[in-house]
Every structure is written in C-alpha cells, then in structure tokens.
Write a protein that binds this ligand. Structure first.
Ligand code: AR6
Length: 170
C-alpha cells in the first residue's frame, strides 16, 4: 500500500502517532527548536535513552543523515526517532543528506513496526535550510521511499512552512 502524506500546522509534540521524528544533533543530548520541545515535554527518559545509545554505539556522535529510536517518554507517541539533518550550505549540495534523514527515519520506523510517523521540517530552523527547498527534498524522499509506514504526517510549525509543503504535495 502506498504511503499517504498528510500535512498539519501545529506542534509535533502533541501528535498522536506511533513515531515522532526529532530534528536532533549528533550529540543526541538535546538542543533548541523541536529537539528542545521533545525533551522538555517527553521528560527525562528520552535523554536517558539517548545517553545509553551514545555509550553503546555513538560515542563519536550520530552521523548526519542517520536515525535512531528511543522511547517517547511522556509524549503521546510510542517512539521518538532522532535524526541529524545537515546544516545548510550555499557552497555545497547537502540535499542527499537531508533526503537520507527521511529515508533512514522510515527504515527505523519499519523496524519498529510503526504505521504513523510525524516529521518536522528538518534542518529549516537552527540549521538554516531554505523552507521551499527543504520541503521539496523531504516530500520527494518520502514519496520515493520503500516503506510499510501508512501515514507520514509533516507537522509544520507556522503557515509559511505549511504552505511550502502544501505546494509540493498538490
Ligand atoms: N513542532 C513542530 N515544528 C517545530 C517545533 C515544534 N514543537 N519547534 C520548532 N519547529 P529546528 P534544525 C520547527 O531548529 O533546523 C536543535 O538545537 C521550526 O520552526 O528544531 O534541524 C538541535 O539540537 C523549523 O521549521 O531543527 C540541533 O542542534 C523546524 O521545526 C538543531 O537544532 C526545524 O527547526 C537542528 O536544527
């Protein structure tokens, strides 16, 4: 069955889905933006799980474009999948890494048996990626992914982000 892409304007921490994707950094120890909101609302179990992952596998950090799952703590989701988006660069094409964040998140979601996955506009905040370009890369990556996930819900924080994603799925 094909994956359905849906769009909502809102806060990703409030989504009732199997998986919430976090726009993390390679330290896995939290930060601002979506990452800060997820750790704040999800509580300390998420950070504890991230610390365990670091100790076991990612002492040098989770590479850009990769994804790992933890508990979702007190959030209404079952799991958080942490992925590290690329920092925007005007001189270097990093779009393959941004596409990889989406593919890898869906691959990990498949491993968990997740059917509904909420994804924010990865790299478009602190990491500076232009919204229209990020929306195109994100939507194409999900459309081309081979996954058993039934719904990918892009959760966009403001109207500008929502409109940029809407232009790609029309
Ligand atoms: N729900 C949905 N979208 C949100 C939310 C929310 N609660 N909060 C912000 N956004 P960012 P990045 C939007 O900066 O660019 C962190 O410090 C926001 O408007 O969260 O990938 C990490 O630790 C923007 O459109 O992620 C990394 O160091 C989008 O989510 C770094 O930021 C992504 O913005 C990652 O930067």
């Amino acid at each position: 069955m094909a994956t359905t892409i849906t769009l909502v304007q809102g806060d990703i921490t409030e989504q009732h889905v199997d998986v919430i994707v976090n726009a993390a950094n390679s330290s896995l120890l939290g930060g601002g933006g979506v990452d800060g909101a997820i750790h704040r609302k999800g509580g300390p179990d998420i950070l504890a799980a991230c610390r365990e992952l670091r100790a076991a596998q990612y002492g040098k950090g989770l590479p850009t474009g990769r994804a790992v799952a933890t508990t979702a703590g007190r959030l209404p989701a079952r799991w958080v999948i942490h992925t590290v988006g690329p920092v925007w660069s005007a001189s270097e094409d990093r779009s393959e890494l941004l596409a990889s964040c989406h593919r890898e998140s869906l691959r990990v979601a498949d491993e968990l048996g997740a059917k509904t996955v909420a994804i924010p506009a990865i790299s478009t905040g602190i990491y500076g990626w232009p919204m229209e370009d990020a929306a195109r890369i994100a939507v194409e990556a999900v459309q081309q992914a081979e996954t058993r996930v039934e719904e990918v819900r892009f959760v966009l924080f403001d109207e500008r982000a929502y409109e940029a994603f809407a232009a790609q799925v029309r």
